[in-house]
Design a protein around this ligand. Structure first.
Ligand code: AHG
Ligand code: MN
Ligand code: MN
Length: 339
């Protein structure tokens, strides 16, 4: 990896802040703490098999899924890393049913933190990439005391910062504060995130589709037609390639870099699909849009949706603009010219 003038994550954050004369430094501090939490989770993920941390805790999360120990480790680590800086008034995690209040002895601040501590956790035991997703808003309730559920249920376009960490063949921290999407690779030798992907722009169209095709027979007809269309036509000499990791973070990291589309539609069994609006769809949509891509529920922009509850699910079509526009046409039943 070329070390670009030793542009570490902390240095990038501090230099980015200088571009905003009115900035208080709070968001920089938050990102620095998130970087620390990411390193701790990355270490634990990497030694998963060694530390007897694999396996189930025996409890279920609010979605009725079995929770693995690493999920809870990541959840606890994020809370511990973020609850004492005085920046947040409330937090919420995919692994906890209700909003998380900050301990009374810590100061509260004007920001709200929402996170999926470990995404793709069904992949842990198979040593397949997993990730962490985070999203930061400003509080909307008045005052300086504890925040409320209302602060956590804002439409995604109001995000101040969103990011993810993918624990893959290397650990990469990707974030945007609306001034470009930047990626930093963790150098395990000196334990620092180094700028490796500056100002990422997603290709305008791609040739990779990513969807759980096992659900094919439950999909809406428009989507079935779209998949058959990209499989049976040639695009620059080839049909589309299928890639599906089953960790949204990993599938979307690839989509961001190579282009194409990731989909988790509503289907006959689950009309809203599986992906959570607050913890997964909104931060990923914010990142992809900031990189020049598009994210909708097949009809409406994800970032315009007003969440009704913390754990609600939402169909998602996200990735290169051209690909998302095309699947939307199919979903609306529009006639498509054969190429
Ligand atoms: P999580 O591990 O946080 O519950 O999220 C898993 C999500 C997402 O990461 C992934 O794309 C999707 O579930 C996979 O679902 P299927 O197994 O239904 O394809
Ligand atoms: Mn998830
Ligand atoms: Mn999760």
């Amino acid at each position: 990896m070329a070390i670009r003038g030793f542009m570490t994550l902390p240095r990038h954050i501090v230099e980015g802040e200088k571009l905003h004369p009115g900035a208080t430094g709070e968001l920089s501090n938050i990102l620095l703490q998130l970087g620390l939490a990411a390193k701790l989770i990355s270490l634990e993920v990497n030694k998963a098999g060694l530390a007897d941390i694999l396996g189930f805790t025996g409890s279920e999360n609010v979605h009725g899924e079995q929770v693995k120990k690493l999920d809870m480790f990541a959840h606890d680590t994020l809370i511990k890393a973020m609850d004492h800086g005085g920046h947040f008034c409330v937090m919420a995690s995919e692994e906890e049913e209700d909003i998380i209040h900050l301990p009374a002895h810590h100061q509260t601040g004007k920001y709200v933190l929402l996170f999926d501590p470990l995404d793709g956790s069904s992949n842990i035991d198979a040593n397949i990439s997993i990730g962490t997703i985070f999203s930061i808003y400003k509080r909307i309730t008045p005052g300086t005391g504890p925040g409320s559920l209302e602060d956590c249920l804002q439409p995604g376009y109001k995000q101040e910062v969103a990011g993810y960490i993918v624990y893959g063949s290397s650990t990469i921290f990707v974030y945007t504060a609306s001034h470009g999407v930047h990626g930093f690779t963790l150098d395990p030798a000196f334990g620092e995130f180094i700028l490796s992907h500056e100002n990422i722009r997603i290709p305008k169209s791609g040739r990779i589709y990513s969807i759980n095709e096992g659900n094919y027979f439950s999909w809406p007809n428009g989507l079935k037609h779209y998949i058959k269309y990209i499989q049976s036509n040639y695009f620059e000499g080839k049909p589309y390639q299928a890639r599906y990791v089953g960790s949204m973070v990993a599938d979307l990291h690839r989509t961001l870099l190579y282009g194409g589309i990731y989909m988790y539609p509503g289907d006959r069994r689950n009309s809203k699909g599986k992906i959570r609006l607050v913890y997964e769809c909104n931060p990923m949509a914010f990142i992809i849009e900031n990189a020049g891509g598009r994210a909708t529920d097949g009809n409406e922009r994800i970032l315009d949706k007003k969440p009704e509850s913390l754990h609600e699910r939402c169909p998602i079509f996200i990735g290169s603009e051209g690909d998302v526009l095309l699947v939307e046409k199919f979903m609306r039943g529009e006639k498509i010219d054969k190429n």
